[in-house]
Design a protein around this ligand. Structure first.
Ligand code: SF4
Ligand code: SF4
Length: 186
């Protein structure tokens, strides 16, 4: 760490994501390998640059960007970084901040609906199950007709099991979710 005073985002990135923002030298290798970069309004290296700045204007731009919600967590960026930094972890941190402040861009609401539907499905069933996931996603996103024609095709190809798999320890999974909720209560 340099002798200059760390701003709040740099401190949070170091403490919670293990990333020293000042070590990014903007080579762009993270962006070059990112499979989602073409859909993002800010590329991973631009996110790192704005996070380095860390002032109010930069934070405003970061928390309002769609890119945070398009990251699929593949970690290619972290693997490619010559400084061993983890831009995806910084994006996780920013996504949490944006969520806490209710700053969800309109284009990202379906992504958030999917995240919530996924977690609810795992919490209630103990594991992922396709049909409950789709139903929850449809209810949360209100996108009732989108991709609806894919259903019969997937059923025909046996990609949508009609009966959920029974697993042991569903109560334990629910307890994990409950504990996480208690620990992250504001
Ligand atoms: S690959 Fe690493 S050093 Fe290069 S821009 Fe991305 S985060 Fe910064
Ligand atoms: S983890 Fe996210 S930012 Fe990193 S390469 Fe994958 S999609 Fe891109």
């Amino acid at each position: 760490m340099s002798g200059t005073k760390e701003h709040a985002l740099a401190k949070a990135a170091r403490e919670t994501a293990g990333v020293v923002l000042s070590e990014c030298y903007q080579c762009g290798k993270c962006t070059a390998g990112c499979p989602m970069a073409r859909y993002m309004d800010l590329s991973p290296n631009q996110i790192m640059r704005l996070a380095q700045a860390g002032d109010d204007a930069a934070l405003e731009r970061l928390l309002g960007c769609e890119a945070l919600w398009y990251c699929v967590g593949c970690l290619t960026c972290a693997q490619r970084c010559p400084r061993k930094l983890d831009p995806a972890a910084v994006m996780d941190l920013l996504r949490e901040m944006a969520h806490r402040r209710g700053k969800i861009p309109a284009a990202a609401r379906k992504v958030l609906a999917f995240h919530k539907a996924f977690l609810d499905t795992v919490e209630h069933g103990g594991r992922m199950a396709e049909i409950p996931l789709v139903l929850r996603y449809k209810m949360k996103s209100l996108d009732l007709l989108g991709d609806v024609m894919l259903g019969p095709v997937m059923l025909a190809k046996r990609k949508l099991p009609l009966l959920p798999h029974r697993i042991r320890g569903r109560g334990e999974v629910r307890r994990i979710f409950k504990k996480c909720r208690e620990e992250h209560r504001p």
